[in-house]
Design a protein around this ligand. Structure first.
Ligand SMILES: O=P(O)(O)OC[C@H]1O[C@H](OP(=O)(O)OP(=O)(O)O)[C@H](O)[C@@H]1O
Ligand SMILES: Nc1ncnc2[nH]cnc12
Length: 182
């Protein structure tokens, strides 16, 4: 085990909740406290690695917090990492998808030539709320020729419907922690 980190951490206990951020009424599920705990971070990566269903060609991580877990999991699995970024950050020719958030709206982009046609992509993000972000990432990846059959999240907020939305789009959804009542 690298760094001597325990891998059976209570993940939910390591996630801090900050009320009314970034807007009144939002219960912000803060993973910075989880990341500060080496055992917590190691537990996330190990549990996600064990949940990967079948061979994949690459992981796609969604900016910004999805990069943290996507990169760590890619390293653990020995796979490549596709960066799905917010608008205007990528230097090459991009594909773009707009989406709505629990607290705003934005666009996601990826390099048009980031993946070969038919590549099997595993989608990773820290948190699933309405599913607007993840669904836009799936549309983006599929538009680039990828096959996206599975998504993994650290946190799901089931009351916001993201998992149902992704499953309707043909993507399996698993999360390590759920917060109900959001
Ligand atoms: O399911 P949804 O309703 O789309 O919400 C989930 C998304 O919101 C958060 O990202 P945010 O856009 O706040 O960006 P960040 O990772 O850069 O902080 C989170 O990391 C997910 O990507
Ligand atoms: N409640 C929440 N906490 C943290 N990140 C989020 N992204 C969307 N909703 C969120």
């Amino acid at each position: 085990m690298s760094g001597g980190a325990e891998r059976n951490a209570d993940l939910k206990a390591l996630i801090r909740t900050i009320p009314d951020f970034p807007k009144p009424g939002i219960q912000f599920r803060d993973i910075t406290t989880l990341l500060l705990d080496p055992g917590g971070f190691a537990t996330v990566v190990e549990r996600m690695a064990a949940m990967v269903d079948g061979p994949i060609d690459a992981i796609a991580g969604v900016e910004a917090r999805g990069f943290i877990f996507g990169a760590a999991l890619a390293r653990e699995l020995g796979s490549g990492l596709v960066l799905v970024r917010k608008r205007g950050k990528l230097p090459g020719k991009t594909l773009t998808e707009d989406y709505a958030l629990e607290y705003g709206s934005d666009s996601l982009e990826m390099h048009h030539d980031a993946i070969p046609q038919g590549a099997r992509i595993l989608l990773i993000d820290d948190l699933l709320a309405t599913g607007g972000t993840a669904h836009a990432a799936v549309r983006l990846l599929r538009g680039a020729g990828a096959s996206v059959g599975q998504s993994l999240f650290v946190i799901d907020l089931p009351d916001l419907g993201g998992a149902a939305r992704l499953r309707e789009a043909g993507v399996s959804v698993e999360a390590l922690v759920e917060f109900e009542g959001d």
